[in-house]
Design a protein around this ligand. Structure first.
Ligand SMILES: *Cc1c(COP(=O)(O)O)cnc(C)c1O
Length: 466
């Protein structure tokens, strides 16, 4: 399987090279050159498989010659063996229509672990075959950082530099990053928002000086391997609820459009998906783009769901590429316009293609608290504020009652204890697997939101090429 850039001006790579590169050299994102497709019989045969085996089956067409089927199964078995639930992503029923897919049973309590535990092992596997050491640079609104750090801490030939917006992540999120004291882990708190941090990371990837000295890689959901790993749980939930015979809808708490894009991929691969509901908080650029075709970034409003406090959703580019006839030149021009003006109009093809499968819902602070209360009072479940946006969008989607609606539970409620307690009066307990998080020593560096200062810091601490 070859991977091509959404902007049409970077070399095609195999799975191994695309995984290690992260971003394409023309500023675009890698996508598979075609979508593999499962037959109805193949999907029916997925029912009842252990998660690690299902993961191997769904991902095998994407890895090509980069891994043997046996090695891939070893890696999925190791990655998902670290989860605290035997089903890895268990499905829970809320009422006759609403279901919850719990994606937070990994080591750092958010769905990011599902992809990053595997990505850490893929990096180790591919770096073990030779080549320069890797310098991972990432920006996090909280959960990617902790999951990525857990996945690569102490591994050979990798340094990780993780930028988070100072004071804008929850205390649990911060401590999950800053209490990892492995020497290859470098936490940087910068003044500014997540979007500021992400813009600096993107700039570093385009900086010839930095790229000459260091072999940069990405763990944000711009890395294709992450999205690939997330496709698996759509199949897991779908077959449990009757796929290939019964279509299912998914409501996905969305920030960078990675998780919901994985749902789109599942649908392209043959899973019958009735609808993908893009759930946002008041930072609703995607809700506006999908309802009016106007993709224009406003300013970020901090909410109780900080991992969705995003105005620019990187992975939306992958959807626009696919829906726009995979024309890299045209998309490069569209994205260049957006980068200049922070606004763009979707083309008719993009709008029509999107509305065939996607709808959207937006939750304000009241909607979020009400959804948390509903889950607690009617169903006896504590849910986190991100998941609450999904539940709100799912319950207001207007889908016919015979379509099951699965909301992706993207974080454990204990990761956002204050908001859950405000809504319900219940303070969710931290699961035993995070242990003595609040007793551990923290280590991080504070930097101003200044590009040169961040580059200097990385250069002083990373292992250069050759
Ligand atoms: C990252 C994250 C999201 C948003 O996921 P995207 O793939 O960026 O759309 C939602 N909820 C939680 C808890 C997250 O950590």
């Amino acid at each position: 399987m070859d991977y091509i850039s959404t902007r049409g001006n970077a070399p095609a790579l195999d799975f191994e090279a695309a995984t290690l590169a992260g971003l394409a050299s023309d500023g675009g994102l890698y996508v598979p050159s075609e979508w593999p497709r499962f037959s109805a019989d193949e999907i029916a045969a997925m029912a009842g498989l252990p998660y690690a085996e299902l993961a191997q089956r769904v991902m095998l067409p994407f890895v090509g010659d980069s891994l043997t089927p046996e090695r891939l199964l070893e890696l999925t078995t190791a990655a998902y063996g670290r989860f605290a639930h035997k089903a890895v992503t268990p499905l829970k029923q809320f009422d006759e229509q609403q279901w919850l897919l719990e994606l937070f049973h990994g080591p750092t309590l958010a769905f990011k672990d599902v992809a990053l535990q595997l990505l850490g092992l893929l990096f180790e596997e591919f770096l073990g075959r030779g080549g320069d050491p890797l310098t991972i640079v990432g920006a996090t609104s909280g959960d990617t950082g902790s999951a990525a750090i857990d996945a690569v801490a102490g591994r050979a030939k990798v340094d990780i530099f993780m930028l988070h917006p100072n004071g804008r992540v929850s205390d649990v999120q911060r401590r999950q990053m800053t209490t990892v004291l492995a020497p290859n882990v470098h936490n940087i708190a910068i003044d500014g928002t997540f979007d500021d941090a992400q813009a600096m990371v993107k700039r570093m990837f385009g900086d010839p000086d930095v790229n000459q000295r260091f072999r940069l890689s990405a763990v944000n959901s711009i890395n294709w391997a992450r999205l690939m790993a997330q496709v698996v749980y759509y199949f897991a939930a779908g077959v449990q609820l009757g796929a290939p015979h019964r279509p299912v809808a998914f409501s996905v708490p969305t920030g960078n459009f990675g998780d919901v894009f994985a749902g789109y991929v599942a649908s392209r691969m043959g899973l019958p998906v009735e609808r993908l509901i893009v759930a946002t908080n008041v930072n609703d650029i995607l809700h506006r783009a999908l309802t009016t075709g106007d993709y224009s970034a406003g300013t970020v409003t901090p909410t109780a769901a900080p991992s969705m406090d995003i105005q620019v959703s990187s992975n939306f580019e992958r959807l626009l590429f696919d829906l726009g006839g995979r024309d890299g030149g045209a998309l490069a021009a569209q994205m260049a316009g957006f980068e200049q003006t922070k606004a763009m109009q979707l083309t008719n093809a993009q709008r029509d293609g999107a509305s065939a499968l996607f709808s959207s819902g937006r939750a304000d602070a009241d909607d979020m608290s009400q959804a948390i209360r509903w889950a607690w009072e009617s169903c006896g479940e504590l849910i986190d504020p991100h998941t609450a946006c999904g539940i709100h969008a799912a319950r207001t989607s207007g889908l016919p009652r015979e379509v099951p609606v699965v909301t992706l539970a993207t974080a454990h409620p204990a990761k956002f204890r204050d908001a859950v307690e405000r809504a319900t009066g219940q303070r969710p307990a931290l699961p035993a697997r995070v242990g003595d998080l609040f007793q551990r020593e923290e280590r991080f560096t504070e930097l101003e939101g200044d590009y040169a200062a961040v580059v200097d810091y990385v250069a002083a601490h990373a292992v250069p090429r050759g």
